[in-house]
Design a protein around this ligand. Sequence first.
Ligand SMILES: Cc1cc2nc3c(=O)[nH]c(=O)nc-3n(C[C@H](O)[C@H](O)[C@H](O)COP(=O)(O)O)c2cc1C
Length: 175
Amino acid sequence: MKVLAVCASPRKNGNCDLLCSQLLKGAREGGNETDSVFFEDLALRPCRACYACRESGRCIQKDRGCEVMRKLAEADVIVLASPVYFYSVSAQMKTLIDRTLCCYTKLEGKRFVFILTGAGTKAELQRASESLYGFSDCLPGSLVMKLIIADGVYLKGDVRDTKAYYEAYMTGKNL
Ligand SMILES: Cc1cc2nc3c(=O)[nH]c(=O)nc-3n(C[C@H](O)[C@H](O)[C@H](O)COP(=O)(O)O)c2cc1C
């Protein structure tokens, strides 16, 4: 399978980034093909709700959106990783989700793994998962295979050697 991880934290080597790496490491060991996208490198602009994509199937924004949408459409498993910011996903993750408007029908039937990281408790971080499930709920036939929540992690690297760190690796390995 093709496994694509999208990290929507601005911090390279931060907690989301590390969990994506762990998951992809496991996925490769399990015989899968892997790819990753670091959202900050793309600088995607938000959806303008112009609906031009209804006619053309393409977004009017002149950025690397098409490249990411192609990767999403080609993946069998999509890993969406976001830090929790004020009980929600990061602006980067929301931008990515909204930008799929031009092609979201191509994402029907995809399998997803969701990753959330944050300083708070699991119950607090869980609230942010609603916007991720809201996305997959718009895609008929899609399946969320796993939600990994790394609670109590604040500084870059705090997630190393936590339960979530091993959970990410094992999730990748058992895809
Ligand atoms: C703007 C901002 C808002 C945050 N809000 C929350 C929050 O509501 N709940 C929480 O548990 N942590 C919150 N945090 C902490 C981050 O979620 C935490 O540091 C996380 O591990 C960052 O992930 P990263 O290392 O992948 O960037 C916030 C951090 C920032 C920068």
